[in-house]
Design a protein around this ligand. Structure first.
Ligand code: PMP
Length: 436
């Protein structure tokens, strides 16, 4: 399916995308500004995307693709939502970063606090990476302890101490952590299997009084989607409280995604600190961390924990975030969830009809088709999925103009713009792709 890049624009130059790719390859490592965009895990030439509207994106040759990447999470309203565009345009008319507190910053902060009661105060950053790094620093300062627990396959951005057995891009590229991370830094991070309360209890027994905090994606979304088993998040809460460690929920993906109050509302577990990003910026650069007021009081200039950012609280990000959150009503989440459940069912049926063994995991509008027989409960299981089968499936879907995440280990993100027609298109493409 080919659509002009813009109505009235000159017709696309054939293979403009290939020429752009070549120029990008000369400029950027792997031709990209973030590794997963290089499509290495699916053995295809990466797309160069130029425009998005609703559930669709257009590549630089003007080809329209039904998008399930969703900008890796922020695009819950679909691309280029008119209300968000207007809010950003209006904010831009007053200048960009002004280097001081801005009224829009206060407005967005108040909206986030109203939706997530565990956040009594917060601080904006420019990315999720910064927010997660800062939350860990805060946990260490508050407890006077150095060790941090994370879970295998979870991704919390690319700060040194958290880049240990991280998921998604790291899993895809099979890099064990990253070169350049000092062993001394990595040795302060304890990596445990997700959904394993026994391993958790044993780690806290072994390191009693030495663990500053536990950082967790309450729904793992960076080795594909893995929901918490009943009782696991509660166990995290209990064990950390008993030991005086800080519980940090990384809701960069799940915040405002799995429901208005994030995973903490969905599962009824209150963390001490929360890390946010993606949706709260409506597609503009953002991150945030917040939580207990006494902990946030340790952050500079009120307290001794330093953290700062030239572009933090950027008015355009704030404007996009406010316009986005204003459109997220509980009813719309329910609608989106039933669309996702419908898609999950139809994908499972399409696979069964083609005699393919897959397991479809989904939480809210996050979804993964695992090429293995059962839905995984942790990263070790997820990593046994058949990546080459996924790569072939990805390619066949792309040939049907459906853009999936270019890795078995990245979640599919649905948006309010994915209606019955889009679900029908995806399901029909999947029937053909599973056969292929
Ligand atoms: N935490 C989680 C759970 C994430 O998924 C990501 C990014 N995908 C991050 C943190 C880092 O966010 P950013 O890319 O904005 O630095």
């Amino acid at each position: 399916m080919t659509t002009p890049v813009r109505d009235g624009a000159a017709p696309p130059i054939a293979d403009r995308q290939a020429a752009l790719r070549a120029r990008a390859a000369a400029l950027f490592p792997g031709g990209v500004s973030s590794p997963v965009r290089a499509f290495r895990a699916v053995g295809r030439a990466p797309v160069v995307l130029e425009r998005g509207a609703g559930a669709y994106v257009w590549d630089a040759d003007g080809r329209r693709l039904l998008d399930l990447v969703g900008a890796w999470g922020p695009a819950i309203l679909g691309h280029g939502d008119p209300a968000v565009v207007e809010a950003v345009r209006e904010a831009a008319l007053s200048g960009f970063a002004l280097g001081a507190t801005h009224p829009l910053e206060i407005e967005l902060g108040e909206r986030i606090l109203a939706a997530m009661p565990s956040l009594e105060r917060l601080r904006f950053t420019s990315s999720g990476t910064e927010a997660a790094m800062s939350a860990v620093r805060l946990a260490r300062a508050a407890t006077g302890r150095d060790l941090v627990v994370k879970f295998a396959g979870a991704y919390h951005g690319h700060s040194d101490g958290l880049l240990v057995e991280a998921g998604s891009g790291v899993a895809t590229l099979a890099i064990p952590g990253s070169a350049g991370v000092p062993a001394d830094v990595a040795s302060l991070t304890i990596v445990l299997p997700f959904n394993d309360p026994t391993a958790l209890t044993l780690a806290f027994a072994e390191h009693a009084g030495r663990i500053a905090g536990v950082i967790v994606e309450p729904v793992v979304a960076n080795v594909g989607v893995i929901p918490p088993e009943p009782g696991f998040l509660e166990a995290l809460r209990e064990v950390t409280r008993a030991d005086g460690a800080i519980l940090i929920f990384d809701e960069v993906i799940t915040g405002f995604r799995v429901g208005p109050g994030g995973a903490q509302a969905r599962y009824g577990v209150r963390p001490d600190l929360t890390v946010l990003g993606k949706i709260i910026g409506g597609g503009m650069p953002i991150g945030a961390y917040g939580g207990r007021s006494d902990l946030m009081g340790l952050v500079a200039p009120e307290g001794p924990v330093y953290q700062a950012g030239t572009l933090s609280g950027h008015p355009l990000s704030m404007a996009a975030g406010i316009a986005t959150l204003d459109r997220l009503t509980p009813e719309r989440y329910l609608d989106l969830e039933s669309v996702a459940a419908d898609l999950a069912e139809r994908l499972a049926a399409a696979a069964a009809a083609a005699d393919r063994t897959v397991a479809v995991s989904h939480v809210g509008s996050l979804l993964t088709v695992f090429f293995r027989s059962a839905a995984p409960i942790d990263a070790a299981e997820a990593l046994t999925a058949d990546r080459s089968a996924y790569a072939r499936f990805f390619g066949a879907m792309l040939d049907h103009d459906v853009l999936l995440p270019p890795s078995q280990f990245e979640a599919w993100f649905l948006s309010f713009a994915h209606g019955p027609a889009e679900i029908e298109t995806i399901a029909a493409a999947a029937v053909a792709a599973f056969r292929a």
